[in-house]
Write a protein that binds this ligand. Structure first.
Ligand SMILES: [Zn+2]
Ligand SMILES: [Zn+2]
Length: 306
């Protein structure tokens, strides 16, 4: 009963915390898409297939990841630093700890952005490998990439991505206020890069991720499907040889082209736990990076992607 009440309370917090972003996006992006659509024929968010599934990802999954983030932070503090007890934990995490917490706040902000993007880049690449692909396939399965599909992530994908990265940075001593202040940036940035917009950000395309940059990531393996892994800074893709933004061309045809891929929230959560990966459609990773399977017909994932 106690667990149910605290789950309900966390759900309420998530609802109140997330709703403003969703409302802003729901109004702003259709207006922008009207003038600057990347794929003019794509349905607006209110007519899209899987709208209920999208909404579940926005409001239900964060409840789970919030519990996990707190649990891992508590466990890490106990195991690594021997910190036990509520008061001690609050004191430990209140303003950070160690040398990192002594750095100027703005420097910690920049440090968090750079380090977390670097770690998330590699986590994202791992999820494009054979072993983890089925967890990440959920994010790529939608054929209409839009701001509202930005939240489609399996909890396992989030746990080994943003959650673990946040906990690692907190345990290294960074001030928790840094994470809190960047929540709006992270949420809106994620929605922005998935929005149906033809923006490349011109000369800044290497500096900050754009909708065209990330929409290419949702295309077939022989196009951008194994490129553009960075969440915020495309320079990471430049550094590691995965940058893909062909000039004078816009991405289209998203999805993974897997017949019978589940469309409901519950079925998608269970999807990675069932069946074995199908080598004909999962991406593979070689020493030089992510490449399509040698015998993979590229159009296998060409017909659609979020
Ligand atoms: Zn991906
Ligand atoms: Zn995406």
């Amino acid at each position: 009963m106690e667990l149910f009440v605290s789950l309900l309370a966390e759900f309420g917090k998530t609802l109140i915390g997330t709703a403003p972003y969703v409302i802003v996006c729901a109004i702003a992006f259709p207006v922008l898409t009207h003038y600057f659509a990347c794929n003019p024929d794509q349905k607006p968010w209110w007519q899209r297939d899987g709208l209920v599934t999208d909404i579940c990802y926005w409001f239900v999954v964060p409840v789970l990841t919030r519990f996990l983030r707190i649990g891992l932070a508590v466990l890490g503090a106990a195991l690594i630093f021997g910190v036990h007890g509520e008061k001690e934990l609050v004191a430990f995490y209140d303003n950070g700890h160690g040398p990192l917490s002594e750095l100027p706040f703005w420097f910690q902000l920049v440090l968090y952005l750079v380090v977390s993007d670097f770690l998330l880049y590699w986590s994202h690449r791992l999820f494009h490998g054979v072993k983890l692909w089925r967890y990440h396939a959920i994010h790529h399965a939608t054929e209409d990439v839009d701001w509202i599909s930005a939240a489609r992530f399996h909890p396992v994908n989030l746990s080994l991505g943003t959650v673990i990265v946040d906990v690692v940075l907190l345990l290294s001593g960074i001030t928790p206020a840094v994470l809190a202040i960047l929540v709006p940036f992270n949420v809106l940035m994620s929605a922005f890069v998935h929005a149906n917009l033809n923006w490349t950000l011109g000369p800044f395309k290497y500096v900050i991720a754009s909708p065209v940059f990330h929409r290419w990531h949702h295309t077939a393996l022989d196009r951008g499907g194994n490129k553009n892994f960075a969440s915020t800074f495309p320079v990471l893709d430049l550094m590691f040889g995965t940058f893909y933004m062909p000039a004078h061309e816009l991405p289209s045809d998203y999805g993974i082209g897997e017949p019978g891929f589940p469309t409901t929230f519950g079925a998608q959560l269970l999807y990675p736990l069932k069946d074995k990966p199908q080598p004909s459609i999962v991406p593979a990773m070689d020493a030089g990076g992510m490449v399509p399977e040698a015998d993979t017909p590229a159009p296998a994932r060409a017909s659609a992607e979020s």
